[in-house]
Design a protein around this ligand. Structure first.
Ligand SMILES: Cc1ncc(COP(=O)(O)OP(=O)(O)O)c(N)n1
Ligand SMILES: Cc1ncsc1CCOP(=O)(O)O
Ligand SMILES: [Mg+2]
Length: 203
């Protein structure tokens, strides 16, 4: 799989799910994840199908977080699994050959994840974050550089990334960057996407 650049994760957005997905399609954002932890299954499926309909046939891949069953129901492009979620092997029984991304939080976890041959790995949190329940210790830039050198699949830098530190992340060699709060805690979603796609693509 090729590097994909900006990876937007939807959690408690200030803008509507529809307008976020439409903006991602229009601006050519390659990865859009639905990550909602407190919605009913019914509501999650409704939103997943809405995002699927908007992104279908576009450059924007739709990623479902945590839930293999709902990823399959909504015909997502990817399922994203973390260390506390079901294993890739278990997920395969539900999602078949759907692409899968795995979260990692240490060099050891990266080594173990690579053996499972996911389509990409998330690595972080690079910096402290409160957008995740019980976040792991920040991994920092030096470990991020090490992982970027080790991995033969796309590595997604995640956690505490904002305009103030994006240049440090890019200078470390990261080609794929996931963010929650910078894009969710604003009513200027489209403007921020434009700003970031320009910034990341310039590098
Ligand atoms: C791209 C990406 N990387 C990491 C995560 C975190 O997944 P996980 O550790 O399972 O934590 P939750 O997001 O489920 O709270 C992610 N979602 N996406
Ligand atoms: C889901 C997740 N996994 C590791 S850090 C994180 C949250 C990232 O959110 P933010 O970009 O707002 O720090
Ligand atoms: Mg998870």
């Amino acid at each position: 799989m090729e590097d994909f650049g900006l990876y937007i994760i939807i959690t408690n957005p200030q803008s509507s799910y529809r307008s976020i997905a439409e903006s991602c399609v229009e601006r050519g954002v390659k990865m859009l994840q639905l990550r909602e932890k407190s919605l009913s299954d019914k509501e999650l499926i409704r939103l997943g199908k809405e995002i699927r309909d908007i992104t279908r046939g576009s450059e924007t891949s739709f990623v479902m977080n945590d839930r293999a069953d709902i990823a399959a129901i909504c015909e997502a492009d990817f399922l994203h699994l973390g260390q506390d979620d079901m294993s890739m092997e278990e997920a395969r029984k539900i999602v078949g050959d759907m692409k899968i991304g795995l979260s990692t939080h240490s060099i050891q976890q990266v080594k173990e994840a690579l053996v499972q041959k996911p389509d990409y790995i998330g690595f972080g949190p690079v910096y402290p974050t409160n957008a995740k329940a019980r976040p792991d210790q920040p991994v920092g830039i030096e470990q991020l550089k090490q992982v970027l050198n080790m991995a033969t699949i796309p590595v997604v830098a995640i956690g505490g990334i904002f305009p103030e530190n994006i240049q440090t992340i890019l200078s470390a060699g990261a080609k794929n960057i996931a963010m929650v709060r910078h894009f969710m805690q604003t009513d200027q979603f489209d403007e921020r996407v434009l700003e970031f796609t320009n910034l990341i693509n310039k590098k």
